[in-house]
Design a protein around this ligand. Sequence first.
Ligand code: NAD
Length: 254
Amino acid sequence: MPSYPEFTGRSIVITGAAQGIGAVTAAAFAKEHARVALLDIDIAGAQAVAKEISSAGGRALAVSTNVTDEKSVAAAVANVVAEFGGIDVLVNCAGGYGRLATVEDMPLDEWDNTIALNLRSVFLMSRAVIPHLKKSQAGRIISVASISGRTVTAASSPAYGSAKAAVIQLTRFLAHQLGPDGITANAIAPITTLTPRVRALRTEEDIARIAAQVPLRRLAVSEDHSNAMLFLASDAAAYINGVVLDVNGGRVMM
Ligand SMILES: NC(=O)c1ccc[n+]([C@@H]2O[C@H](COP(=O)([O-])OP(=O)(O)OC[C@H]3O[C@@H](n4cnc5c(N)ncnc54)[C@H](O)[C@@H]3O)[C@@H](O)[C@H]2O)c1
């Protein structure tokens, strides 16, 4: 496993960190001696993850946040800065969608809510954190997009896929506009990932069917993504800016 001594003492904000990829990523940064702030609407879940990190000797702060709400985001960022003194890395991980859908059967509120959770959230969080990243020596924004934002798959939602494609384009704008301040912005695009939530939703047959389409013949695990994000946050990735890293086992190559 990689080790990044430069993370010691850095302040990392991770949204959607109460479970799944966000929780694993928070624990991975904490293991590298970073201070991690877990922002989630599920405060009990975020506190449980923070407690586990603290028990393992890490420094973690759980902050109740609705990433789609401007005031909640502002309060959360202020809370982290008061506690940690600054922010070096933002990981935009909160996201998702409720059900497989078509454009024809999608109510407007489902469209709006999905776009808000996956895209507005990245805009609000990034905008609130930028002034703090500008004071860092190693500012980074890493956003979790999806294979659904790279290509069209049957098992997805048009609102979700469209929002994730827009997250990739927003990442490029951030990379372009913040580069002069020494801040990089990159995205990762995961394939279906065997988080506890996904395992509960999918049958063994579903998992085998999707895995058969992947050159590496397995689905991703959260650590595949946390490894990619730790690299993008590291000093070794200082010149990587505006990319989307497809963490998909070769399922879609572009
Ligand atoms: N798991 C996959 O198969 C997969 C595949 C591709 C991309 N992704 C993306 O990876 C990211 C993480 O996915 P996951 O499956 O680990 O997620 P998850 O559904 O397990 O966890 C999402 C977290 O976000 C939190 N959240 C939801 N709404 C929120 C809000 N308004 N404000 C703050 N927090 C909120 C939830 O409480 C939860 O803790 C998402 O952006 C998802 O779209 C996941």
